[in-house]
Each structure stands twice: as C-alpha cells, then as structure tokens.
Design a protein around this ligand. Structure first.
Ligand code: ZN
Length: 506
C-alpha cells in the first residue's frame, strides 16, 4: 500500500506542477509580459492546461485511485490519506467526466465571446453579444448533461465551484438573506448620507503602495513566501505554499482602489500560505470552494480592514502618509466614509452591505436561464426589474447592467456568482466563532496585533486546505452542518445601526 500511495502522490504532483507552471505564466501575463507576448502565451498556457487535464484521466492514476479507495475507506474520515483519496475522486468526478473535445470547443467559443464582449461592452452593444450568450447557455446546459441524475440543472455547474452545495439550498439561504437585507438597506436609505469627500484627492502612487505593503505584512502576509505587484484586475496566484503572490492596482485620485483590493488579496494569500505544507502539489493543497476562499478575503478586507478598531491603530499612520489629505479629518469621518452604504449598479464597486444583492440577482437569473423560464433576449429587462426591485436603482444602459461582469462572457452560465455572497455569510459565521473563542481579538487589533485571529483561522480553516467540503468545514468550525445568515445580519445591524443611527429600527 505504501508503494501505491507513493506512486499515486507522484502522479498527482506532476499534474499540480503543470497547473502551477501554467498559473505562473498567467501571473506573468497579467503583470510584466510585454503586449507582444500575448499570442504565444495563450498557446503555451493552453498546452500546459491540456497536459494537466490529460494527467487527471491517465489510466495509471485512475487505477491507483480505485485500488486505494478500500484502504481510504478503512481510515478515519479526517485521516490525510483518506482525504487525499476522497479529494482526488471528487476532482476526477467533476473534471474527468467532460470529454476533452467538449473542453476545447467550449474554450474556443469562450475565447471568441470574450473578445466580442470587451468591444461590445465598450460600445454598449447588447445585440452583438446576445448570440454568443445564447451559445454559452447551450454549452452550459450540455455541460450539465455530463452529470446525469442531478436535481437541478445548475447543480453540476455549482459543484464545480462549491462542491456539495445545491441550487435548492442556496436558493433557500439567499431568500432568507434577501428578506432581512432589503429592509435594512431601505432603513439606511432613509437616513442622512455620510460624507466621503476625504477619500478623493491626490494620493501619490508610491505612498499608496508602501502603505498597503506595510499593512498586509503586519496582518501576517509573508513576503518571504510572496510578493506584491501591480495589475489591472487584482488577483492572487498560489504557485506553491512557499510562493503565493498578490496583486493590486493604483488610482491616484482615490485611496480605496489600491488599499482594499490589496487586503482582499492578502486575505486569499494568507489562507493559501497557511495550509499544511504536506498537502502541496495535491488536491488538498488548495482552497476547498469558491465560497470558503472568498470568506477569507472578506474577513480581512471587511471584518478587519473596515473596522473602527483596525483604523484606530492605522489611521495615524495613514495621516502621516497623506498629511495634506487627512491631517484635519477626524478618524470618525474617515471610518464612516469607508463604510458608506449606497445602492448602486456595479457589483465590484458596491459597499459590503448592498454587495450581497448583486451576486444573488445574478444567481437567480442564471437559474431561470438554465431552467428555460427566462430567454436570453429577455435577460436585460429581467436584470433591470431585479435591480429596481432589490436595490431601487435601474440601469439605463447595458454596460452598467447585464454586460458589466466578465463571468458570463468568459465561462459557463451557472456557478460563478453564488460564492461571493456565500463567502460573506461564511466569513461572519467563522469570525463570530473566533471572537467567541478569543474575546481579546478586537483589543489586540486596536494595537495592531493580528496573530490571535490569524492563528485561529489557520488552525481552524487554513491548515485543512481542501480536506473538507464547505459544509463539512462549517460543521467543524461552528458545530452546525449548514450556512446561517444570522451572524452576517447581526454584524450589519450592529455596525450600520450605529453608523446610520438606526436605533429605532435595529
Ligand atoms: Zn476574492
């Protein structure tokens, strides 16, 4: 058995090393590659991805997997070998069922759709992208057909991002959240708005980067096992447990576009620097799902990085970095400005409260499209109706409406959005548990100390890598085998009840 296990791990390692090589090329493409490299780079990453995909369906690997399964079944559930075999089976089930011809046809279509979308979005030209989206919907339905026996046609697409979660469960959770969130947002809208003038002005690029770099280092992002670079759309590249790179961008007119994405990505990165190193180059050396992944970026970006305790420590330093801008602005004004709640059209620019409605609207539309109860041609109108109903704002064009996100124009319809809101729900569930275990955490944050929180997160979430599914992890951490919207709502009501003086309401 020892020998088989060693061979099995070696095959997996090759596959993950290929993926890592591909990711390094993508990181380079998004940071330093000269524009002339684009065509060749696309070809090379496609080759590496194909080689990795071939390894996943390699008969030698599948045979070993089958032979190891009885051994894994004889071990305790949380034994590393049992988890490795389980996670590999999961990966084979999800990725291995789709024929390579489908992948290549689908990727070709998506590459063409993406090209058309970038131009069509700039031109606000829905008609141009509509036939591509029709085709994407058709492919998304075909994708589901590779997994017969599903309850809802979106389930196989959701499994791809959030294994173990089902459309019906997510619908239920979202309905509950919407029911509580919409009245809270309405109550906030009825109050005087906070002033955000202090966030706009001139913020030199070098100072913004230096401040962000200092802060994420102090939060616990390990620069000996990572680096920070500039890009257009911030992302994290987990190349290995010893090399997890983060990126951000800078807009000199505002402070928030560099700092908050930097903390967000550092949150992802601390998660991925924190798994058990023995899991590297295996299905366990990863995040377990889009929602758990997102829960950790949101923990650091919002629960920590937009808290009063955090800024009571960092605001004097921010003032020292940008004296002209902030020397006469009290901490309280700044704190309210970075926490303004304002329903808006664009998901990526939304505040932490209204944000949750954006993915929920998309999820509901995706299900309707996949079910066939909504036609692609009626999507823009359905989008407008949903925004008017939930957020009280109505897009007047396509580019700030149905064409704003890259997801549907670069990948399948279904599964790509729910993780953002589920991640927020999870972040609050986990954070509440951390505070229960360590009530001293806020006091430490006030003094710029984050190790108690980080160690708790590492011990309870990061160290496990992809060993447990979302629900298994929620069960282990909170004792409940389900997602609960109450911690998030409690957090919102306490924080925003105070900022917007909702005493009579909350
Ligand atoms: Zn993220």
């Amino acid at each position: 058995m020892e020998e088989k296990l060693a061979k099995f791990k070696a095959l997996l390692q090759d596959m993950y090393d290929l993926r890592s090589a591909s990711l390094l090329l993508i990181w380079d493409q998004s940071t330093y590659m000269p524009p002339g490299g684009a065509d060749t780079r696309g070809r090379i990453t496609a080759l590496l991805d194909r080689l990795a995909q071939e390894r996943l369906v390699d008969p030698a690997l599948l045979r070993l997997l089958e032979e190891l399964e009885p051994y894994a079944a004889s071990l305790p559930f949380d034994h590393d070998d049992a988890a490795l075999v389980r996670a590999t089976r999961r990966e084979v089930e999800i990725m291995g069922k789709v024929p390579p011809e489908f992948w290549s046809e689908f990727s070709e279509h998506m590459a063409a759709a993406y090209q058309v979308w970038t131009q069509a979005r700039a031109d606000n030209d829905w008609q141009k992208i509509e036939p591509y989206l029709e085709q994407t919907l058709e492919y998304s339905r075909q994708f589901a057909d590779f997994y017969p026996g599903y309850n809802h046609i979106a389930d196989p697409l959701i499994a791809y991002m959030d294994y173990g979660m089902k459309a019906a469960d997510i619908r239920h959770i979202f309905a509950e959240l919407r029911q509580q969130l919409v009245p809270l947002i309405e109550a906030i809208r009825g109050q005087p708005q906070v002033d955000t003038a202090c966030l706009h002005g001139h913020f030199p690029k070098d100072s913004q980067l230096k401040f962000a770099e200092e802060v994420i280092g102090e939060l616990g992002y390990d620069f000996k096992r990572g680096r920070l670079d500039l890009t257009h759309h911030p992302f994290t590249a987990p190349l290995s447990v010893g090399d997890v790179r983060v990126t951000t961008r800078v807009n000199e007119d505002t402070l928030t576009e560099c700092f908050f994405p930097a903390i967000h990505e550092a949150g992802h990165a601390m998660h991925l620097q924190g798994y058990n190193p023995a899991y590297e180059a295996s299905p366990l050396g990863y995040w377990t799902s889009a929602s758990v992944l997102e829960s950790q970026s949101r923990t650091w970006e919002n629960l920590v990085g937009r808290s009063r305790t955090f800024w009571s420590h960092y605001y004097p330093r921010l003032q020292a970095y940008f004296p002209d801008q902030f020397k006469d602005v009290p901490l309280e004004t700044f704190y309210r400005a970075i926490n303004r709640v304002q329903p808006s059209l664009i998901r990526t620019a939304a505040d932490e409260v209204t944000y949750n409605l954006h993915p929920m609207i998309r999820f509901e539309l995706e299900l309707a499209l996949l079910e066939g109860s909504l036609a692609v041609k009626d999507l823009p109108e359905a989008w407008r109706e949903a925004y008017t109903r939930d957020l009280g704002v109505t897009p007047t064009d396509f580019k700030d409406g149905v064409m704003q996100d890259v997801h549907w124009y670069s990948g399948a319809i279904g599964g790509g959005f729910q993780g953002y809101t589920l991640g927020n729900i999870l972040s609050a569930m986990f954070f509440e548990k951390a505070l229960e275990a360590h009530p001293e955490i806020p006091g430490e944050m006030e003094h710029g100390r984050f190790d108690t929180l980080r160690n708790w997160l590492t011990e309870n979430i990061y160290w496990a890598g992809a060993k447990y599914t979302t629900i298994e992890l929620a069960q282990r951490v909170t004792g409940k085998p389900e997602l609960d919207v109450q911690p998030l709502m409690r957090y919102f009501r306490t924080k925003y009840g105070e900022i917007y003086d909702l005493g009579h309401w909350v």
